[in-house]
Design a protein around this ligand. Structure first.
Ligand code: F6P
Length: 357
């Protein structure tokens, strides 16, 4: 007999359902008497006891389905110890739900913030297993997160579409790519989409270097230039500001995002027409790509095996092509950023891609 709770928390992405299916199929294959409780809208469902007993039919036909059948919400880690508006202690409430259902384990799918709360629940004595989800690929301890490849395909397609219109109009185009505070998605999409300039948070940019790269292309007779700009890209000057100063600057800014600021500066300094495209949440939408379906089947099956072994308190990650159980205490609270000196960036520079540095 096994009683398992499962929830998806934080921003959604394409392969959440595929991962849950992997866990449940992996367990039902070996456990006759299995109860799966699905919590609605992430930790909210666990806090307020909003759940449903799921059956195998809930996990049938969902390998290809985007989003999450359980729903999700953002419950910031920093507020977990702060009582809700009715004075409810959220951590105690989550423990209460877990014990009331007499769960053997709670499987938690989510990104960095979700992982920190999973670790907190582990510290509070609950059996938890975390599966690394995010299009940002910024979870420490795993080579890849699910959602990343699916989002990468969409971001790359966007740059591909922009290429034809940019070439026809001889324009400078900026495609703003998600990724939160890290540059994995814009870096890979920029290279895959053949962008000429890629700006990522890990390499603060000098706008004059960006302008130089555009002018160089113009002199070479190339009428258009494509920039892949991370939503978290930052100029060299802004990188010197304190967190508080930067927040204040962004609040006062007349631009909706960094791409519009770069666009205005490029227009001013080159006299060229610049257009901005922001695919935004489209990058998290639709069906998971084949790579993510395979990855989630592996991660889900490995999570099931960890539950069968009663080996809890870990994230199931992918390390050098193999699934691994990584203790949550080793990874929670760490961010995996792009190394500005990594081989991929060196090789991108080798073929002439400008990073604004
Ligand atoms: O973490 C995934 C992500 O899509 C980031 O790339 C982005 O910065 C953020 O979530 C957007 O969050 P929200 O869906 O809350 O607007």
């Amino acid at each position: 007999m096994k009683r398992i709770g499962i929830l998806t928390s934080g921003g959604d992405c394409q392969a959440l359902n595929a991962a849950m299916r992997g866990v449940v199929k992996g367990l039902s294959h070996s456990v006759d008497d299995l109860e799966i409780y699905g919590f609605y809208d992430g930790y909210k469902g666990l806090i307020y006891g909003n759940y449903r007993l799921l059956t195998s039919s809930d996990f049938s036909g969902i390998l290809t389905k985007g989003g999450t059948i359980l729903g999700t919400s953002r419950q910031p880690f920093k507020l977990m110890r702060v009582p809700d508006e009715n004075g409810l202690d959220k951590v105690e409430a989550m423990k209460h739900t877990y014990h009331k259902l007499n769960l053997d384990c709670l499987v938690i799918l989510g990104g960095n913030g979700t992982q920190k709360t999973a670790n907190l629940l582990r510290e509070e004595g609950l059996n938890v297993i975390h599966l690394p989800k995010t299009i940002d690929n910024d979870i420490w301890g795993t080579d890849i997160t699910f959602g990343f490849q699916s989002a990468l395909n969409i971001a790359t397609d966007t740059i591909d579409y922009i290429h034809t219109t940019a070439a026809s109009h001889n324009r400078v185009f900026i495609v703003e790519i998600m990724g939160h505070k890290v540059g994995w998605l814009p870096l890979h999409a920029g290279i895959a989409g053949g962008a000429d300039i890629i700006l990522i948070p890990e390499i603060p940019y000098n706008i004059n270097k960006v302008v130089e790269a555009i002018d160089k292309r113009t002199k070479q007779g190339k009428g258009f230039t494509i920039l892949a700009v991370a939503e978290g890209a930052i100029s060299k000057q802004d990188a010197k500001l304190s967190k508080k100063e930067l927040k204040a600057k962004i609040k006062k800014s007349k631009y909706p995002s960094v791409s519009y600021e770069v666009a205005a500066l490029v227009e001013e300094k080159t006299g060229r027409e610049v257009r901005v495209t922001v695919p935004g949440h489209m990058q998290r939408g639709g069906s998971p790509c084949a790579f993510d379906r395979v990855l989630c089947t592996q991660l889900g099956a490995a999570a099931a095996q960890a539950i069968l072994d009663e080996d809890y308190g870990c994230m199931i990650g992918m390390v050098n092509g193999r699934t691994e159980r990584i203790p949550l205490e080793e990874v929670a609270g760490k961010l995996k950023t792009v190394d500005p000196d990594c081989q991929l960036i060196q090789e991108a520079k080798q073929i002439g891609i400008c990073f604004g540095d």
